[in-house]
Design a protein around this ligand. Structure first.
Ligand code: FES
Length: 106
């Protein structure tokens, strides 16, 4: 089973904010949506754009390269040209610290 990686303190990722962290060698984009933390791979499934660099509003992030939109809560595509969802990662909050891990190969 993969190990949990410390991301940051909860007060360093406030509602409406996002950040990127390396988790087991994978760049993960974390988003605070109304107090809930969501983590997805920071790679657009269309052509590899870094999702963290695009506009983020509500629960939607837009890829800065060609405009695909994803639901950061689920990884689902909301708007092409991407058609495959991005990977989601589990998030744990423990004593004011946010943790995540890459569980895709557990
Ligand atoms: S690389 Fe993201 S929409 Fe093309």
């Amino acid at each position: 089973m993969s190990e949990w990686t410390r991301i940051c303190a909860t007060n360093e990722l406030l509602p409406g904010e996002r950040r990127v962290a390396e988790v087991d060698g994978v760049m993960v984009a974390l988003f605070n949506v109304d107090g809930d933390i969501h983590a997805i791979e920071d790679v657009c499934t269309h052509d590899g754009g870094e999702l963290n660099g695009g506009p983020f509003s509500g629960f939607v992030v837009e890829c800065p390269r060609h405009g695909a939109r994803f639901d950061v809560r689920t990884g689902e595509v909301l708007c092409g040209p991407a058609y495959s969802p991005v990977s989601r990662f589990p998030v744990r909050i423990d004593s004011g610290v946010i943790w995540s891990r890459d569980d895709r190969w557990d």
